[in-house]
Design a binder for this molecule. Sequence first.
Ligand SMILES: [Fe+2]
Ligand SMILES: [Fe+2]
Length: 167
Amino acid sequence: MAGDVIELILADHRRFEDLFRVLRDNSADRLGALRELAELLVAHAEAEEGEVYPALRRFQDIDDHEVEHGAEEHAEGHQALLALMEVGDPEAEAWDEKLEELVKAINHHLDEEERTILNDARDAVPEQRRRELGEIFVKARAARVSAGCGDISHVRDLVEQTKHRVD
Ligand SMILES: [Fe+2]
Ligand SMILES: [Fe+2]
């Protein structure tokens, strides 16, 4: 049993925050943390957009605009992630600046997603359906990881494909 999709999404969000702390720590394996973050962040966003958001939109009480806006914020996050991956060296001067921008973009999205989409889902989606979606979310996320979704080439493609959402 995978569990409630809301709890699974929240657990990923907390993991992102843990990884941000590692990415700030000059005694830590920051490149390892960036690889893990890239994989989990992209897999999470793609599983939300591919499976969870469309399922939630079918519930009347879930605000379509919030869901669309969530996808825009994913695109912004991927752009900021790519910028940090392109710096590539935690010792480089640009690392801190690009990290700050990434943390800002993602924290903004987590805050908004938790307050809007996830709270709406708590109110509107029955527990049984939340569990089904949890299972679907976990499978989709694992499939994205297996496909190498955190590779810089994929992140680059993603940024290219979703550019129109950010402009
Ligand atoms: Fe999320
Ligand atoms: Fe999201």
